[in-house]
Design a protein around this ligand. Structure first.
Ligand code: AMP
Ligand code: GLY
Length: 421
């Protein structure tokens, strides 16, 4: 069968690589894909947010199943649209995607179902903001309600800054947000927990930790993620039970109570404090770069996982995982997450991938047979092994072979887990 994969990042190259090993798949059409997916599948350069154009192309290429990588099309209702047009699609409905698409939607569920999360106040205008801010200690977390491409959360050390940020949000800095969510600052260690969900059940889909800050020692502004590793040892069986009973089950029940349900990957973003989990955010998709370290550890056919979810049979599925650990370091364009230049040539053709050390593309495209940069996060160097320290050494050795002077990366990915060993 032919399937389509929506998106163009490292997450999508990692998903594509995994889907391509499934015997039941003839071809994967990556919409729009990157230079990495172009090598193993077929890229279609169309705007996936133009749902009608997308549908026309899906029909033309006889595509019966669509897997959605990023959140924006999900929040905009791609699943409802494709299902109405009789194309199977793996991802949550527009309603369920609000778990990521609206922080106030998610927080109100937490309140109603007693899900542990930071104390919060939803403010619809500046007056409400002024009346609420004094109820919080500093630092205070100011969030845009809607999608903001990772730029909608600011941890403010002063009230002055909180006023400034919220003013920008009310003025429409992020088109998707006219509300501000004020939150108590939670201290602890962040970890990510993944699930695949169907109408009635869910299955655990791995753990990971990423590094959001751009510079070493967790300094500088937030990024989409500079590196990640899986599994995350902080999530042990005890903690996992708490995550499921206190957070996952009540959330899925909340959707059912509204006569809705969740299907797809679900990413639970957590703060762990004194061995207790607090929900920071939901993402209605795989993480990026977390996907790049979870997929290589999965032994089960990914298409099988997706089909079981689509048929609401996840209860019957037992996943097989490699014992290996996996890490990725992201190679970025100089200037990211601020301004950077695209179109820089990257020479990696002489580098041969192997099972335990390989390159996953993110912001890359082909230009006259050459691979050039096309985004802030450009390449993910991924490696598997028994020991995080050794894995990181292998990755850095390979990065040094990459002839790209306009890139930078963090050498301390995994410091928490390496220090703990
Ligand atoms: P979000 O988009 O909600 O994931 O927020 C982005 C990042 O901001 C998170 O990964 C955390 O590092 C940080 N963050 C968000 N909310 C809080 C909070 N209440 N307390 C501490 N850090 C937070
Ligand atoms: N790495 C964080 C995210 O995918 O949202």
């Amino acid at each position: 069968m032919n399937i389509a994969l929506i998106g163009s990042g490292g997450r999508e190259h990692a998903l594509c690589r995994k889907l391509m090993v499934s015997k039941k798949i003839n071809n994967v059409f990556c919409i729009p894909g990157n230079a990495g997916t172009a090598k193993i599948a077929t890229n279609l350069n169309i705007n996936f947010l133009n749902f009608k154009l997308l549908l026309k192309n899906l029909k033309y290429h006889k595509i019966r199943l669509v897997v959605v990588g990023p959140e924006e099309p999900l929040v905009k209702g791609i699943v409802n649209f494709l299902e109405k047009n009789e194309i199977k699609v793996f991802g949550p409905s527009k309603f369920a995607a609000q778990l990521e698409g609206s922080k106030s939607f998610m927080k109100l569920i937490c309140k109603k179902y007693n899900i542990p999360t930071a104390n919060f106040k939803i403010c619809k205008n500046e007056k409400e903001f002024k009346n609420s801010i004094n109820k919080f200690n500093l630092p205070i977390v100011v969030k845009a309600d809607g999608l903001a491409a990772g730029k909608g959360v600011v941890i403010c050390k002063t009230k002055k800054k909180a006023f400034k940020i919220s003013k920008q949000i009310f003025k429409g800095k992020f088109k998707s947000s006219n509300k501000v969510v004020l939150e108590e600052f939670l201290e602890g260690e962040e970890a990510s927990y993944f699930l695949v969900v169907d109408k009635n059940n869910f299955i655990q889909f791995g753990t990971a930790q990423d590094h959001k800050k751009v510079f070493e020692k967790e300094k500088g502004p937030n990024t989409g993620g500079m590196g990640a590793y899986s599994p995350a040892p902080i999530i042990d069986n005890r903690l996992e039970k708490k995550i499921i009973t206190r957070i996952v089950r009540p959330t899925l029940q909340a959707l059912r109570d509204k006569k809705e349900f969740y299907r797809g990957f679900l990413y639970v973003g957590l703060m762990i404090k004194n061995k207790d989990p607090y929900l920071i955010e939901y993402n209605v998709r795989m993480g990026d770069p977390e996907c790049q370290v979870i997929m290589p550890r999965l032994k089960t056919d990914l298409l099988k996982v997706i089909n079981y979810s689509l048929k609401n049979k996840l209860k019957k599925l037992k996943l097989a995982w490699e014992k290996n650990k996996c890490m990725t370091i992201v190679l970025c364009s100089k200037g990211y997450p601020g301004n950077y230049k695209n179109g820089k040539v990257i020479k990696i053709k002489s580098i041969k991938d192997n099972k335990n050390l390989f390159i996953i593309h993110a912001g890359t495209i082909f230009n006259n047979e050459e691979i050039v940069s096309n985004g802030g996060r450009v390449l993910n160097i991924v490696s598997k092994g028994q020991d995080y320290n050794q894995i990181r050494k292998k990755i850095i050795k390979l990065i040094k072979k990459i002839n790209w002077k306009d890139g930078f990366y963090r050498k301390d990915i995994g410091w928490r887990v390496i220090k703990r060993l």
